[in-house]
Design a protein around this ligand. Structure first.
Ligand code: 3H9
Length: 674
């Protein structure tokens, strides 16, 4: 079946695309659209044209898999220009998501009719590029410079209703009769002239709008190339002739698409989707039905975990040991929802709906009616084993028993039950209602349908799930360890906390190792004996420098939690440098990179070597969505490919690390991870 077909409906030519799954604008579709418009032009009995799509969505954009390959004509800008140049009115009938090139096709049409559930947007920036088929030129003309800046630099789609308010959508159709409504609209406007041609409209901008926009978003855009390029293209061309702007847009598009940032961001787009696939588990395996979730522990983690399910409409039974802890936990959840409502992201009805699905209880046996039970108590193997032993006795047959542990051995936990096949790790990241990552830890005996069920559920609660094998710290925390060890050593050898953190922040991480320690709590895992001082960390803890919560850690903090370098911490570090007789040297920023970031790559390679991650791209996904690794660097393994594995191996060996065999082999053969 061809990707594009045409059909006459009275005076109207209906052009229909059918290119599953998302009607990406690959070559066949572009050629089909071109042919459809030519047919309309050449047939004097055609009065107007409707462009629509079969399946779940209007065009979701250019076909990303074609990027980097030689372009097969007609290119998308040509097709969009041709649609706009059609002498008969062309109407886009939009449902699903009109994204990127798909939205640009709609902007090239003379009119847009959309169902209320449709979304329209320019997400190219999330792939490190900019709209390349006239979007930076047509959108400011149609909806104003400010709307265009917002949509093109942030990439979030808007609702059809919002688009109607902006003048982008001309008519909202009935949800069930889009095509008929679009045809009726086409008949109404068939004889109307002149045609509204977006590229011939003029755009205006208030003085200072561009600089104000840059300033307001400086933090968000830090490190990214595409947003600034988009601002510049719009700024320099919005009031120039369309052709001039289109040329500038093309140059910028080509520049960005050839760059490393776009390659990294496209890598993550596909990596995220690949991560949901488990190599030895068929996609169509029968999944278990999860109607109610049980959560043990109403602390920060348990509460955050519960909110994910409540927000997705899945009832939750939450269990605590004392009424006070239960009330505190549910109170925090309500407050979190209410704060979100205050920001206008959800309605107060949604707050009540979510909280209405929550059953707080002190009765552990209430978990017996749950299909999935997630344990979120503190990290202690004995406690966890005791809980799983109890769950084994009361959980219904077929219930999935999950632990939110971030380090502990899932096999050992599973062994405390008579049903290890039902046991799995579900490692959420704090704050669990916000962070996108879910590490799904596969025990030696975890059943395949349990894994598949949890992966599908993750999608439902809008998490990005990655499968990890059992090892200390799984993928993410395991790779964090060598970074912290080396950062501590560098302190002793002459670096300062701020120097090390600065290198990480400049690299694009949200914070460096010492800022992270201060945020999480320097005292986490501390032995709690102020008289036992064996290193800098013990010395800080003994002085109650436990981090931000105490107003002092590796940094000093003011009342607003603004950090400043601490003279007292430098005294302690100096004391320990002298005490241990550590030789001092000038530590360069490059040395910090080589000794804190390269060992993470090495650990990632070991994880792959041991089969604890399915693929290098899964490791990248973990670091992007769980730890704020800059997406424009594509995750640690993709980044390593861009640095070159050989220089990484050489530097690791120079600094005395034991290098993973896989990493060495790949470097020798000139191979890459991704
Ligand atoms: C662009 O348009 C540039 C132009 O300005 C200029 C050109 C000159 N291409 O996400 P899902 C695949 S840039 C190729 O799981 P959902 C995806 O990999 C583009 N493939 O579904 C997956 O494959 P698989 C701007 C694509 O329902 C399958 O479709 N547009 C594309 O959760 C299902 O995807 C975007 O950035 C594509 N464009 O979400 C939109 N899109 O099954 C990107 C998807 O083998 N797409 N695939 O793993 C999305 O945001 C989501 O896919 C969408 C559906 C919201 C549409």
């Amino acid at each position: 079946m061809s990707a594009v077909t045409t059909e006459r409906k009275g005076d109207i030519l209906v052009i229909t695309a059918n290119n599953p799954p998302v009607n990406a604008l690959g070559f066949d579709v572009r050629a089909g659209l071109e042919a459809g418009i030519k047919e309309a032009q050449g047939d004097s009995t055609v009065k107007a044209v409707v462009i629509r799509c079969d399946g779940r969505t209007f065009f979701a954009g250019a076909d990303i898999t074609e990027f980097g390959k030689p372009l097969q004509e007609p290119g998308l800008p040509t097709v969009v220009n041709m649609i706009e140049a059609c002498e008969k009115p062309v109407i886009a009938a939009v449902h699903g998501t009109a994204l990127g090139g798909g939205f640009e096709v709609a902007l090239g049409c003379h009119y847009r009719v959309a169902v209320p559930s449709a979304k329209l947007g320019l997400p190219e920036v999330k792939l490190g590029i900019l709209p390349g088929a006239g979007g930076t030129q047509r959108l400011p003309r149609l909806a104003g410079v400010e709307v265009a800046l917002e949509m093109a630099t942030k990439g979030s789609p808007i609702s059809a209703k919002q688009a109607k308010e902006y003048g982008i959508v001309d008519k909202l159709a009935d949800e069930d009769s889009l095509t008929d409504d679009a045809i009726a609209f086409a008949n109404d406007v068939a004889d109307k002239r002149p045609l509204p041609v977006t590229s011939q409209m003029t755009a205006n901008a208030e003085a200072g709008v561009f600089d104000a926009f840059r300033k307001a978003n400086a933090r968000k855009f830090r490190g990214f190339e595409a947003p600034e390029e988009i601002i510049q293209v719009i700024e320099s061309t919005y009031d120039k002739p369309f052709q001039e702007g289109a040329e500038r847009e093309r140059q910028s598009f080509m520049k960005l698409i050839m760059g490393t940032q776009s390659a990294a961001q496209r890598h993550i787009f596909f990596a995220e989707r690949k991560a949901s696939k488990i190599d030895d588990v068929p996609d169509d395996i029968q999944k278990r039905d999860i109607k109610r979730v049980g959560v043990i522990g109403a602390g920060t983690m348990g509460g955050g975990i519960s909110m994910n399910f409540l927000s997705a409409g899945i009832p939750v039974t939450i269990v605590e040991m004392s009424q006070e802890a239960l009330d505190r936990g549910t109170g925090v959840m309500r407050k979190n929802y209410e704060n979100t409502a205050k920001k206008g992201r959800i309605t107060s009805d949604q707050v009540e709906k979510a909280m209405g699905l929550l059953t707080p209880t002190l009765d552990f046996d209430a978990l017996g009616e749950c299909d999935l039970i997630i344990e979120a108590v503190y990290e202690n193997m004995d406690v966890k084993k005791e809980i799983f032993g109890r769950l084994d006795k009361l959980a219904k047959s077929g219930a999935i028993l999950a632990s939110n542990t971030s380090y502990l051995d899932i096999n050992e936990i599973a062994a405390s039950t008579s049903r290890p096949g039902d046991v799995v790790g579900m490692h959420f990241f704090s704050p669990a209602n916000v962070m996108k990552l879910l590490e799904v830890v596969r025990g030696d005996k975890t059943d395949k349908d349990v894994l598949a069920t949890v992966m599908a559920l993750a999608k439902k609660i809008r998490k990005v799930a990655v499968v990890a094998g059992v090892c200390h710290g799984f993928i993410g925390n395991r790779m964090l360890m060598p970074r912290q060890v080396e950062a501590n050593k560098l302190l002793m050898e002459g670096a300062t906390p701020s120097q090390i953190d600065k290198v990480h922040v400049e690299f694009g991480m949200p914070m460096g190792p010492f800022q992270m320690a201060d945020l999480a709590g320097v005292d986490i895992g501390w032995h709690r004996d102020p008289n036992r001082i064996e290193d800098v960390r013990d010395a800080l803890c003994a002085e109650e420098r436990w981090g931000q919560k105490k107003g002092a850690g590796f940094y000093d903090y003011d009342e607003k939690r603004n950090p400043s370098p601490s003279p007292r911490v430098m005294e302690i570090i100096d004391e320990w440098r002298a005490k241990t007789g550590t030789p001092q040297h000038e530590v360069s920023d490059q040395e910090i990179v080589e000794r804190t970031l390269y060992p993470m790559v090495n650990e990632g390679a070991l994880i792959l070597e041991e089969g604890k991650a399915q693929r290098a791209s899964d490791i990248d996904v973990v670091w992007i969505y769980g730890y704020g690794w800059p997406v424009y660097r594509g995750g640690p393994m993709f980044w390593a490919d861009t640095v070159g594995l050989k220089p990484i191996v050489d530097a690791l060996e120079k600094h005395g690390f034991t290098v993973s065999k896989l990493l060495k082999d790949k470097a020798e053969k000139g191979e890459k991870f991704n």
